[in-house]
Design a protein around this ligand. Structure first.
Ligand SMILES: [Zn+2]
Ligand SMILES: [Zn+2]
Length: 395
């Protein structure tokens, strides 16, 4: 079976690359993946499959049934959305949708899963159980397409025993695959603070309430949430990336606006963190005569890879790739909406190496020069098909 899958993955690689390039050329923003969904559904129909369209508006779900289809169900997931980035790569498949770019590799995930569908469909007389393929919208945007797909029942009728997802990794050399058991990625909450004071002439500070000084204290003070309040063993990050104080050299404004992100890997600490952030910001502002409005916009939960499932999947990947090509990943405090699946079912999210230093393919995700070594597309589809079939064998 393993050799059969490898041969098919290689044989379909040209088609996988063509699909990837089509998607890369025509990227669509989160929750606007209408043409992408049409493309995915039509490719699935070309294979003789019967996709369900319009799940959470732009999601597509399809079932591939082997023999004895009710015996066990495994789900595979790809995300389909692109980012508001102007592509800087001069390639034949450069984005033709100005200001929108597949800079997180979701074109790769989608085209790879399409070829996985093709492989599994080809082999459906050779395995038992059902593989449910989920093409979801809106990974990059709160509330996350995954949460909407779950609400629409994608993990029911039939209920998968487990779900696998892959993501490109520009820091992992092409030809290698990365895994991590347990805590892997962080919860992501957005912070919006408005510090209010009383503006006026910069030469008369005694008659004003300076919101810039208050905001400065808040930014420094909030770091104690991470350094003093959090358990040292629990990874957590608090960063501010936007501060607007629209005064001048001699004008103190009425208010200062701050945006930031709070990330962690513990749901209890997450809620405690929100409370501490709010209390410290408001308390500091009040002590200095001003006020502070704090809005926490809840993002994705943290992503945990089910230990046993991850161990099994990793062992299956070793069989497919060779032990020298399977690596362990570090914790990463980025967010990923696959986390929603991981909170409600056994889930494993692994990384597909796409880096090629010799060819200068080294840019990170979410940058205008992000690209992949497309030879990863020879590996991705077959590996995922193999991992799914191995997982179907578990009783
Ligand atoms: Zn991304
Ligand atoms: Zn992504």
């Amino acid at each position: 079976m393993l050799e059969k899958i490898k041969v098919l993955s290689k044989a379909y690689a040209e088609d996988t690359v063509a699909n990837r390039r089509h998607l890369h050329t025509h990227p669509e923003l989160s929750f606007q993946e209408y043409n992408t969904a049409l493309f995915v559904a039509s490719r699935l129909r070309d294979m003789g499959l019967a996709p369900q369209e319009g799940v959470a508006d732009t999601g597509v779900v399809v079932m591939i049934e082997g023999k004895n289809p009710d015996s066990r169900v495994v789900a595979l997931r790809a995300d389909m959305d692109a980012l508001p980035i102007i592509e800087a790569n001069e390639v034949s498949y450069k984005s033709q949708n100005p200001g929108v770019m597949h800079a997180c590799g979701h074109d790769v995930h989608t085209s790879s899963l399409l070829s996985t569908a093709r492989i599994l469909n080809e082999l459906k007389d050779d395995f038992e159980g059902t593989v449910k393929l989920i093409f979801q919208p809106g990974e990059e945007k709160i509330p996350g397409g995954a949460s909407l797909m779950i609400k629409e029942g994608v993990l029911q009728n039939p209920t998968p025993a487990s779900i696998l997802g892959q993501h490109v990794a520009p820091n992992v050399p092409v030809g290698k695959i990365g895994f991590r058991e347990g805590m892997y990625m962080a919860s992501t909450d957005e912070l919006y603070l408005t510090v209010k004071g009383k503006g006026g002439h910069g030469a008369m500070p005694d008659t004003l309430i300076d919101p810039i000084l208050i905001a400065s204290h808040i930014i420094v003070g909030l770091q104690q949430v991470i350094s003093r309040n959090r358990k040292p063993a629990a990874p957590s990050v608090l960063s501010f990336g936007k501060v607007i104080a629209n005064g001048a050299t001699n004008v103190i404004p009425n208010e200062v606006y701050i945006e930031g992100t709070f990330r962690c890997m513990d749901e209890e600490w997450r809620e405690e963190g929100w409370k501490r952030i709010t209390k410290i910001a408001q308390g500091l502002a009040e002590a200095m005569g001003g006020s502070c409005e704090v809005e926490v916009r809840k993002g994705y939960p943290f992503l945990k890879n089910h230990p046993e499932l991850t161990r099994r999947t990793k062992a299956a990947a070793v069989a497919y790739m060779g032990a020298e090509n399977v690596i362990d990943l570090d914790l990463w405090l980025a967010g990923e909406d696959f986390a929603f699946y991981s909170q409600v079912t056994d889930a494993c999210f692994y990384r597909l190496g796409t880096r090629n230093e010799a060819r200068g393919i080294v840019s990170g995700v979410h940058t205008p020069t992000f690209d992949i070594d497309e030879s990863a597309l020879e590996i991705g589809p077959g590996l995922m098909a193999w991992l799914a079939l191995e997982e179907l064998k578990i009783s």
